[in-house]
Design a binder for this molecule. Sequence first.
Ligand SMILES: N[C@H](CCC[C@H](N)C(=O)O)C(=O)O
Length: 291
Amino acid sequence: MAASPLAGFPFLKMNGLGNEILVMDLRGRDHIITPAEARAIAADPRSRFDQLMALHDSPSAAAFMRIYNNDGSASAACGNGTRCVAWAIGRDGGPDRVRLETSAGALEAQRVGEARYTVDMGPPRFDWRDIPLAHAVADPDAIAVDLPGWTAPGPASALGMGNPHLVCFVPDQQSYDLASQGPALERHPLFPQRTNVSFAQVLDRDHILLRVWERGAGPTLACGTAACATAVAAMRRGLADREAAIDLPGGQLTIAWRETDGHVLMTGPTELEWEGRLPDDFAAEPAPGVA
Ligand SMILES: N[C@H](CCC[C@H](N)C(=O)O)C(=O)O
């Protein structure tokens, strides 16, 4: 098997509140990581990730980001990963403010501490075609998500942050096991591209407990776009003010839904764990019939 153009390629192993992020800078290269390569990289404990952030050349930003889940699927948004990319571009005297392009639009990240960033994640998407949903719904905040043998705690919210989100509000996290319902809800027929699944417990108008089953990655310690989606859904329901602290298993994000332009601002930390290289004999055999 021919050596992959990724053989020996460097990476940064980072995390955003424990959400495991790999950053690979492919700017100046013309290789686009395939789903099979992403899965092979994730399968190696030395380069494991929840999401892989691949940086490519952009005419209008520091980089265009291709985002991969560890199942090889693509996403147009990753909040924790975006903070990590901003740190990587800004390290060693780089810029404190970084513009990044994605297939869902441009993002601006601003350093607000040594390894802490505020990212303008853009506006939430409520139109069914932008989330996306399989069809129009009467009320995106009244989605019935009962499953065989499981009664949802109430009507859920469907919205997008460049990626799809289903937010279920629960009276207490202890009595709802996300791991048992996550896989089915991720594949809820209303979501043609699957969805990220959030169980949110509103503690106060500025404080929400959140657990997330991520599309293409399963349970993670934190999910930035889910924190954005959950905060917006709570605000739309009148359960939270325009800024809230979101407590995830990995730590806390602050989310603000700005009145002036409707953009969602996410603030949180980044962490560099190690710098590594893919094996010199790295190769990924695509699954038969799959790219
Ligand atoms: N699993 C998500 C992408 C990563 C989102 C999450 N890690 C974040 O920090 O926003 C999706 O397929 O839409």
